[in-house]
Design a protein around this ligand. Structure first.
Ligand code: DLZ
Length: 207
C-alpha cells in the first residue's frame, strides 16, 4: 500500500558518473553507523563507484557545515591540481586539519586522475538528541541554516541528513535498527543516498 510519507515513487537514476562526498558526525555512533550504511547502500545500488565516494567524519553535528564547506572547496582545488583530497583540504586548512585525521570508516585519499573532479553532491549526516538544555535547539538551527546557505551559495546539492530527535528510540526507528508492529522503522540513509544521486544527476542539466 502506498504511504503518505516519504519521497514518493522511487525513480532510478544512474550514479555511475557521479562523485559524492559524505561528512558524518560521530555523536550517537550506533545510529550514525546504521545511517551511513544505508546511505552507502543506496549509492552503490545507483551505481556510484566506491572510489568516487569520499567519507570524512567530525566530532559532532555542529561541525558539519564547516566540514562540508572545506570538503567541497578542497575538491574544487583538487580538480585543478594533482594533490589528493586530504592534501588539498590540509592546504586550505593548515596542517592541524581535522580532515587529515581519518577514522576506520573513512576513505583514504587516492591520487587517481578519475578523482580530480568537484563533488556532484555532498551528504551531511548527524544525529541530534534533545537533552535538558537549549543545546539541541541552537545546534539544530545553526546546522540547518548553515547547510542551506552552503548549498545555495556554493551551488552544490547538500543532502540534509540531520536527524533531530526527541529520544534515542526515535533514532533507532529512523536508522532502521528497531521497529514495532505499528512502526517497522526505516533507514533514512537510504533516502539520503538516493536524493544525492538524483540531485547530482539533475545538477548536470535541469532542462
Ligand atoms: C555537545 C553535544 C551534545 C550535548 N549533543 C550532541 C548530539 O546529540 N549530537 C551531535 O551530533 N553532537 C552533539 N554534541 C556535540 C556538538 O555537536 C559539537 O561537536 C560540540 O559542541 C563541539 O563543537
Amino acid at each position: 500500500m502506498a504511504t503518505l510519507k516519504g519521497p514518493g515513487e522511487p525513480k532510478s537514476y544512474d550514479g555511475s558518473g557521479l562523485r559524492i562526498g559524505i561528512i558524518h558526525a560521530r555523536w550517537n555512533t550506533v545510529i550514525i553507523d546504521a545511517l551511513l550504511s544505508g546511505t552507502k547502500k543506496a549509492l552503490a545500488d545507483a551505481g556510484v563507484k566506491s572510489e568516487n565516494i569520499v567519507i570524512q567524519s567530525v566530532p559532532g553535528s555542529y561541525e558539519l557545515p564547516y566540514a562540508v564547506k572545506q570538503l567541497y572547496s578542497a575538491s574544487q582545488v583538487q580538480s585543478s591540481s594533482t594533490g589528493g583530497i586530504v592534501g588539498a583540504a590540509a592546504d586550505l586548512l593548515g596542517s592541524a586539519s581535522d580532515l587529515t585525521q581519518l577514522s576506520v570508516a573513512e576513505t583514504p585519499a587516492k591520487k587517481d586522475a578519475s578523482l580530480n573532479a568537484p563533488f556532484d553532491a555532498i551528504i551531511a549526516i548527524g544525529v541530534l538528541i534533545k537533552g535538558e538544555t537549549m543545546h539541541f535547539e541552537y545546534i539544530a538551527d545553526a546546522v540547518s541554516h548553515g547547510l542551506m546557505k552552503l548549498q545555495l551559495e556554493g551551488n552544490v546539492p547538500i543532502i540534509f541528513g540531520l536527524l533531530t530527535l526527541l529520544s534515542e528510540d526515535q533514532g533507532l526507528h529512523r536508522a532502521g535498527i528497531a521497529g514495532t508492529e505499528q512502526n517497522e522503522g526505516h533507514n533514512h540513509g537510504l533516502d539520503w543516498g538516493s536524493a544525492a544521486v538524483e540531485l547530482g544527476v539533475k545538477r548536470k542539466g535541469w532542462v
